[in-house]
Ligand binder design. Structure first.
Ligand code: UD1
Ligand code: CA
Length: 462
């Protein structure tokens, strides 16, 4: 009896977003909006999740292809209303008997604990329907909860169908419900569209249950913010800010210092170790892991990367890379995907690194590009060094072994290997391998012309 299936309504167009992207796919704090109700349902252990999609259904399915085995899609060809949307899921629930949890795609602040309370209340009261309500200061736009003198719910009236006297009601229908599956689908069969919008209202199913004398209960959310829906870009911004704050608060509770919570952007599913300090204007995306005692920011962007302990990253961008312990990076450096940085490495100002591994203790201080390279331990790369890794057709490797000293302003023309403990002279264009412990020098020899300046002066017209 107590098995639960969730129906997530995501077929609406989201007209007020003024967008060619379906509302379900708008990014909210690093994730598509629809992933919030899906994750919520999953976190409650709900195994059967049906998402009702409409326009651009294929695009939504593609975005969520990694969850192919976990979600069932029901298709609503025309958006004829919330009741009609729920009905589209019935085909996938013939063999199911239990609780139907209806969720919307656009309420990402909703907490799993609230839904858990809703389900518990539904079970405890053995209700036919339990719905979430909220008391809000500006109820315009929402369906209002109508109660009788005994304070029992008697119906839900949509904004446009309100009559005088009902308009001042501040208790609203959040749109999240638990229903008993059989009673729900029976009620849906008789819902009509006799209302201002000529739509099939899910709220009418509640009315039908009430008329039948079934038990309908309500649960009121404590925190008004939690039920904020996203209908416009302004809502998106408002909700995102709250989600970022929530994430930051979680990290602070776990012992991370966040200097300015309102200007720090940490996605969900980020791990940060104790005593790490995050300075303002720092973005950290999902999947990133940062160790203890790090200093990240200001002005840094950590994208899906791993950072060890005691590392400092200042005004830099790190993409899909792994960084060891006690590393120093920045300001103004960029690690592109697949870079692996060993312990105690120093990467200074204006350095770009791509698909390169650098072993412990090496230093790349200034103005350098290293692409497709393997750098050993304790290597020193002089300022302005460039790996010429691309010949117009292929990407070629550069190998720099342990203890090498690359002079300033070198062009290392790949494929090339600089052997262990060797040196290259400043300003060299290294086109051949340098054997271990050699000096590679590849530049024109300097010539000084005596008396040249004097001669030039004489030649100058007066
Ligand atoms: C609905 C409720 C209202 C409640 C409000 C809370 C009804 C009739 N009204 O109104 O009482 O206060 O939510 O936000 O249910 N959808 C579909 N197919 C459709 C229509 C909608 O999938 O044909 C989806 C939308 O994508 C959205 C959700 O259902 O996720 C709610 O639809 P929306 O049109 O926003 O309902 P409201 O008019 O806001
Ligand atoms: Ca809405």
């Amino acid at each position: 009896m107590d098995s639960i299936a969730s129906i997530i309504l995501a077929a609406g167009q989201g007209t007020r977003m003024k967008s060619s992207i379906p509302k379900a796919l708008h990014t909210v704090v690093g994730r598509p909006m629809l992933s919030y109700p899906i994750e919520l349902a999953k976190s409650l252990g709900i195994e059967k999740i049906i998402v009702v999609v409409g326009r651009q259904a294929d695009r939504i399915k593609k975005e969520f292809c990694s969850l192919e085995d976990e979600i069932i899609y029901a298709y609503q060809e025309k958006q004829l209303g919330t009741a009609h949307a729920v009905q589209q899921a019935e085909n996938y629930l013939h063999a199911f008997s239990g609780i139907i949890l209806v969720l919307y795609t656009d309420v990402p602040l909703l907490r799993a604990t609230t839904i858990k309370r809703l389900i518990d209340c539904h079970k405890k009261c053995k209700s036919s329907c339990t719905l979430l309500t909220a008391n809000i200061e500006q109820p315009e736009g929402y369906g209002r909860i109508i109660r009788n003198k005994q304070d029992k719910i008697t119906g839900i009236v949509e904004q446009r169908d309100l009559v005088e006297g009902q308009k001042k009601i501040k208790e609203i229908n959040v749109g999240i419900y638990c229903f008993n599956s059989r009673e729900l689908f029976d009620a849906l069969k008789i819902v009509d569209k006799d209302n201002y919008q000529s739509e099939y209202y899910l709220t009418d199913a509640v009315k039908i249950l009430l008329e039948k004398g079934c038990t309908v209960k309500t649960l009121t959310v404590q925190e008004e913010k939690e039920i904020s829906g996203i209908n416009t870009r302004m809502d998106l911004s408002y909700v995102s800010r709250i989600l970022y704050q929530r994430n930051a608060d979680e990290h602070m509770k776990n012992g991370v210092t966040i200097i300015d919570r309102d200007n720090t952007y940490i996605d969900s599913q980020v791990k940060i170790g104790q005593d790490t300090i995050i300075s303002p204007y720092t973005f950290i995306t999902s999947g990133s892991k940062i160790g203890k005692f790090c200093n990240i920011g200001p002005y840094s962007h950590i994208i899906n990367s791993y950072v060890g302990e005691g590392t400092r990253i200042y005004s830099s961008v790190i993409e899909k890379s792994r960084i060891g312990n006690h590393v120093n990076i920045g300001p103004y450096s960029h690690l592109r995907p697949d870079s692996i940085i060993g312990d105690k490495v120093r990467i200074g100002n204006y350095v770009e690194i791509k698909k390169t591994s650098i072993e412990a203790g090496s230093k790349i201080g200034h103005l350098t590009y290293l692409g497709d390279a393997k750098i050993g331990k304790n290597v020193n790369i002089g300022a302005g060094t460039i790996t010429c890794n691309y010949d117009g057709k292929n990407k070629n490797p550069t190998i720099i072994e342990d203890g090498v000293f690359i002079g300033s302003n070198n062009s290392l023309v790949a494929p090339v290997t600089i052997g262990k403990g060797s040196y290259t002279a400043a300003g060299s264009a290294i086109t051949q391998n340098v054997p271990a412990a050699n000096l590679g020098i590849a530049r024109a020899r300097q010539k000084n012309i005596e008396g040249w300046a004097k001669k030039r002066k004489k030649q100058k017209p007066k």
